[in-house]
Design a protein around this ligand. Structure first.
Ligand code: AHR
Length: 690
């Protein structure tokens, strides 16, 4: 008998038991009368096709050392000291003098690879012995896997050493032999290649290594093997197996768990990172496109370095690779109001005389993304390998800014220019950092006054806030601006990921589905956090160099993303309890015809339900049932725990009227497949096909 069939028989038997026998408890609690839920197939509302997406911010080492596949840290010697970090151009590099070799390292900026990438390393070898060079241990070690291929590249030039009285011709006659190697933490050589550096002009060199062993914390070593000086810059190492095999690509396993969510859009590059820590720290998209050695790097507001290797091209490409719409956010001409942890300067505004150029930068972004390959900025995109337009549809302007006269004036300049030049783009305004209050009200006032198509709301609140606000959007004016709930997360005690927080988010998501005609987009925040480098918690996905931990909040997001619909069917009641501890929504997916219910039981008791599907015909006899439930809703549930809460799949007998017991502390997704075919038959034929 197939496993599927056995599951089906078991699940049907369990589902058919009277409620009190559902749990293994020998002294079952008295069972409440079932709550009747009526789904009216004829009463429905459209849901935004892009409702559920992602918020990516380069916070918590999400980009460099995270999603971006680069394995070398400080690859172009541009690190500098910043809050709590005593970094400099040589940070994360060390001098290697092999078997009595003699040499030195210095930083120069006389003749850089590119003026936007000013620093480079000068390696002088006075006594080569078995090689003199540099080593880099990446982001807390370089994870290497046996049999995998790693692509190394760097820019180099021979350097004229005046004191040796050599001419350019003399030097170029004697190329510098160099060996590049991966070294295990025990010093083991995991593979190497050699080449000659020849010429006093910068050239790009590359080679690859297929590793002979695995090591979770290897290092990269480059050794020069004869007397002389060389300049080195943009020293890079990537696994060949990046996500979709892209050059300058993304870490495959991390990109894959993001792709598995099937987000409808991705917002990037932040958050507060966008408007930055003062004007000099504002994020400018033009600094992040073009060849990587020509990108202007800088610290981010979260006080670590951005190589900009994961730049606008890579963000857009990733969106395209996983079928998500790109949602770039640009600053509204003002910096973050919380700027100035060093000098307390607060919100700063771009001087008015510089605003026309800034507004033009925003317009140029649309040309870069959507313009023909022959246009000024479209040609930059085409040169990067993407002649076709990216199909940009949304742009966020501003991020939870303090709504001041300076903000208002600059936002209006950008908004008016966009409306005139690109009426096809949906501009998303901002209404401050909270669900209510002065900035929220002022932001909404501006939205109404200017007729902004959509605004970005943010709230990080206790789980109870989400349960208390399930009706929030029921009351929103359908003729006013649409809502992008751009950052939200339930923050439980000590800001830990818990099932309680995830269920509060799930309840909120049922309300978003019910209000999918006014809430157009929504994204949990933040997405990624590297263990040991986490500045904000909770986050949806945690990772180390070699592992990925999916929180219970990730599973809630995934269940909603992969069971989204484009029509919401009226479901009554949509919530119960005072305060509410139960929420339900029903959607239909026109592509498949499937009807999908999400049922959130936030109470500590099983909840018997009796469903009536009014106006449903041709229903199958079974639905797929996915349940995310746990015994202790307050326990940490961030993917690192011994027994993480994971969704469990089974089948449920259904019909125009059917019963279901929603387990205590659970999210259940009931998916009734269209076409009347029993699900066991569908599953069996899928098994046979495999
Ligand atoms: O998501 C983390 C931060 O929270 C974002 O940068 C900011 O927009 C919000 O305050």
């Amino acid at each position: 008998m197939s496993k599927c069939l056995m599951n089906l028989i078991f699940a049907c038997a369990v589902a058919a038991l009277p409620p009190a026998m559902h749990a293994a408890d020998p002294t079952p609690a008295p069972v409440a009368a079932p709550t009747q839920i009526i789904v009216d197939m004829a009463r429905n509302k459209p849901i935004s096709p892009d409702l559920f997406g992602l918020f990516f911010e380069d916070i918590n080492y999400s980009a460099d050392g995270g999603l971006y596949g680069e394995l070398i840290q400080n690859r172009s010697f541009e690190y500098r000291s910043m809050r709590k970090k005593d970094w400099n151009s040589l940070s994360f590099w060390s001098l290697v003098q092999s078997e009595g070799g003699k040499g030195s390292l210095a930083i120069d900026e006389g003749i850089p690879v590119h003026q936007r990438n000013p620093n480079y390393l000068v390696l002088e070898v006075s006594g080569p012995a078995n090689g003199v060079g540099i080593a880099n241990a990446g982001f807390d070690g370089i994870p290497i896997k046996q049999g995998e291929t790693y692509d190394a590249s760097f820019f180099a030039r021979q350097i004229y050493a005046e004191r040796r009285n050599e001419s350019r011709a003399d030097i170029e006659k004697r190329p510098m032999p160099v060996t590049v190697r991966l070294e295990g933490k025990d010093g083991r050589n995991l593979g190497e290649f050699s080449l000659n550096i020849q010429g006093m002009d910068w050239k790009r060199y590359e080679g690859s290594i297929t590793s002979t062993g695995s090591d979770d914390a290897a290092r990269f070593v480059l050794l020069a093997k004869s007397r002389g000086s060389i300049g080195l810059d943009e020293i890079s190492l990537f696994p060949r197996a990046t996500f979709k095999g892209r050059k300058n690509g993304l870490r495959a396993d991390l990109a894959q768990v993001i792709a598995d969510l099937h987000p409808r859009f991705i917002r990037f590059p932040g958050g507060c990172l966008v408007h930055g820590n003062g004007l000099s720290n504002m994020y400018h998209w033009k600094n992040t496109v073009g060849p990587i050695e020509q990108r202007r790097q800088m610290p981010n507001i979260w006080a670590y370095h951005q190589s900009m290797g994961l730049g606008y091209f890579e963000y857009f490409q990733f969106c395209e690779d996983i079928g998500a719409k790109p949602l770039p956010v640009v600053a509204a001409g003002v910096s973050c109001q919380n700027s100035g942890y060093t000098n307390g300067h607060g919100q700063c505004a771009i001087p008015m005389e510089e605003m026309p150029a800034y507004v033009q930068d925003v317009l140029d972004l649309v040309e870069w993304a959507n313009g023909p390959a022959t246009s000024r900025w479209g040609s930059v995109r085409a040169a990067a390998g993407h002649p076709e337009p990216f199909g940009l549809q949304y742009i966020g302007v501003g991020n939870e800014d303090h709504i001041t006269p300076e903000f208002r004036e600059r936002f209006k300049m950008i908004y008016d220019a966009m409306k005139k030049a690109h009426p096809e783009i949906i501009v998303i305004g901002t209404v401050g950092p909270d669900a209510a209050g002065r900035d929220f009200e002022q932001g909404w006032k501006i939205a109404r006054e200017f007729g902004i198509p959509m605004v970005d709301e943010h709230y990080y609140k206790a789980p109870q806030f989400f349960w208390n606000n399930l009706s929030r959007y029921d009351k929103y004016d359908r003729a006013a601006s649409k809502v992008y709930l751009g950052e939200y997360a339930a923050h439980d005690d000590k800001r830990r990921s818990t099932l309680r927080s995830a269920l509060a988010e799930a309840a909120c998501m049922t309300a978003l589905e019910r209000n999918g005609d006014v809430v157009s987009l929504a994204s949990y925040a933040p997405l990624l956090a590297k263990r040991g480098f986490t500045q904000w918690s909770p986050d949806m996905i945690y990772f180390t160099n070699t592992s990925i931990e999916l929180t219970v909040n990730y599973w809630v997001q995934k269940l909603f993303f992969t069971n989204a619909g484009d029509t919401c069917l009226e479901t009554t009641p949509s919530q119960t309890g005072t305060p509410a501890d139960f929420a339900v929504s029903t959607v239909r997916q026109s592509k498949t015809g499937d009807v999908i219910m999400k049922i959130v039981n936030g109470s500590p008791r099983d909840k018997p339900l009796s469903f009536k599907l009014q106006g449903a015909d041709n229903l199958p006899v079974e639905a797929s049932l996915t349940v995310l439930a746990g015994a202790d809703p307050s326990a940490v549930n961030d993917g690192k725990d011994a027994t993480p809460t994971l969704p469990k799949e089974s089948v449920l007998p259904v019909g125009p009227g059917f019963s279901y017991i929603a387990p205590a502390n659970s999210l259940s997704v009931i998916r009734i497949r269209a076409g009347g075919k029993p699900i066991s038959a569908i599953k069996q034929s899928e098994d046979t096909a495999r």
